[in-house]
Design a protein around this ligand. Structure first.
Ligand code: S3P
Length: 450
């Protein structure tokens, strides 16, 4: 089933070379944070390049429900009149975060230190995902959560009356957990300290500094120690959202595996905490160049140029790189299927609790398409079949997971027989223009009813 409605089966077929420019939408992580911090600042934040995917639209709606004035002014152009730190009002309805783990976890953090109560829900995928990883640290501030068994949504969160600052070591590599704690720390007195052993995406820290919060990060023997001074007055900002490297990954991967392709993907955010996939692809022998590197809105950006790469070989991906490419393992496994030899991915337990169990979803679909996959709890290996070597000819499940759907459609562009995904509906959560963008490059991806 798609996130909201009937399934949309889609089929990808092998076609000619992909060529041209792929202008992908704004970064999902940065978009959520821009809306939430905008809602917590005093005055008007203006955002350009906002991702208008369902996940982010659900966060925009949530911010309005908490009392911010959120208005769309044009394509990707949004204005948020914030209510100030601690100024959230109690929502009058259940907050539906749809498919978005980032949305619900960050919003829970943002309200946890305000004395209001809110109830959260999501789609079938989100309501299966673990929330104790955020509600446990939020309880240290004094917030109380009551949800379904196993800490699942729907869940009600009662914000702390008299919040305490917290020192918290994040037990799993998760930017969502780190960010939830930092956002909660905004309305606690004193200093909130978050420690992460492995660096995860740091958009929250960068953006908090931009909004005028006092936040400092130190690399120590324990890991990254982030200290935030509570109760700042956040100053509204003009935010230009960089284009999403996690979305860029799909046209880039397609160009690498479809013979004769040459695709440019301009203006992609290359924050080092996000760019692990591109480094990995280059180590595999991908013809991938970073052109015109520059800085935009406080984030490093470059134009990517990807060409068909017939000589790629599998590698062992360094486990310490996992956090910087955690959303890209599904599409990496597709590229790996067209490389020579095994690609080994270890230290990736977190893939089991994403929008779907991504190791299981990819292994099942790759096997159905004729690719050998081995897997364990926190590792998997894809045995490459070389350029043009993937049989395809399968219908696979997308499991309410946008990245699984897009990964298998990219697989179908270079496999011998077409690949069908049972539901491409979830693609709209992060990449609403995926179909026209891929079509403009020359890809043959069609909805089944056409
Ligand atoms: C995100 C963090 C990651 C990532 C997700 C976006 C964020 O999740 O998978 O797509 O914006 O903070 P985890 O925090 O669960 O690793």
């Amino acid at each position: 089933m798609s996130a909201h409605g009937t399934p949309v089966p889609m089929t990808a077929r092998r076609a000619g070379p992909l060529a041209g420019e792929a202008v992908v939408p704004g970064d999902k992580s940065v978009s959520h944070r821009a809306l939430i911090l905008g809602a917590l600042a005093v005055g008007e934040t203006r955002i350009t390049g906002l991702l208008e995917g369902q996940d982010v639209l659900d966060t925009a709606k949530a911010m309005a429900a908490f009392g911010a004035e959120v208005t769309r002014q044009g394509e990707g152009a949004w204005s948020v009149h914030g209510v100030g730190t601690g100024g959230f009002a109690e929502p009058g309805q259940v907050i539906d975060c749809g498919n978005s783990g980032t949305g619900v976890r960050l919003v829970m953090g943002a309200m946890a230190t305000t004395p209001i109560t809110a109830t959260f829900t999501g789609d079938a995928s989100l309501n299966r995902r673990p929330m104790a990883r955020v509600t446990d640290p939020l309880a240290l501030f004094g917030a109380r959560a009551v949800g379904r068994s196993g800490g699942r949504l729907p869940m009600t969160l009662v914000g702390a009356d008299d919040p305490l600052p917290v020192r918290y070591e994040v037990p799993v590599p998760s930017a969502q957990v780190k960010s939830a704690v930092l956002l909660a720390g905004l309305n606690a007195p004193g200093e909130t300290v978050v420690i992460e052993r492995e660096a995860t995406r740091d958009h929250t820290e960068r953006m908090l500094a931009g909004f005028g919060a006092r936040i400092a990060t130190k690399q120590t023997g324990e890991g990254r120690v982030i200290t935030l001074a509570g109760q700042p007055e956040l100053r509204p900002q003009a935010i230009a959202v960089p284009r999403d490297p996690s979305s860029a990954a799909f046209p880039v991967a397609a160009a690498l595996i479809v013979e004769g392709s040459d695709v440019r993907v301009p203006g992609i955010g290359l924050n080092p905490t996000r760019a692990g996939l591109f480094e990995t692809l280059r180590e595999m022998g991908a013809e991938l160049a970073f052109e015109a590197p520059r800085d935009e809105g406080g984030e490093p950006v470059a134009d990517l140029r990807a060409r068909f790469s017939g000589g790629m070989t599998g590698i062992e991906v360094p486990p310490e790189r996992a956090a910087s490419m955690i959303d890209e393992y599904p599409i990496l496994s597709v590229v790996a299927a067209f490389a020579e030899g095994p690609t080994v991915m270890r230290g990736v337990r977190e893939l089991r609790v994403k929008e779907s169990d991504r190791i299981d979803a990819m292994a099942a679909g790759l096997r159905a398409a004729g690719v050998e996959v081995e897997e364990g709890e926190d590792w998997w290996i894809v045995h490459g079949r070389g350029p043009g070597g993937v049989p395809g000819g399968a219908t696979v499940e997308s499991r309410l997971d946008h990245r699984i759907a897009m990964s298998f459609l990219v697989l179908g562009l270079a496999s011998q027989a077409p690949v069908t995904v049972d539901d491409g509906g979830p693609i709209a959560t992060s990449f609403p223009v995926f179909e026209p963008l891929m079509a403009a490059l020359g890809a043959d991806i069609r909805r089944e009813e056409e």
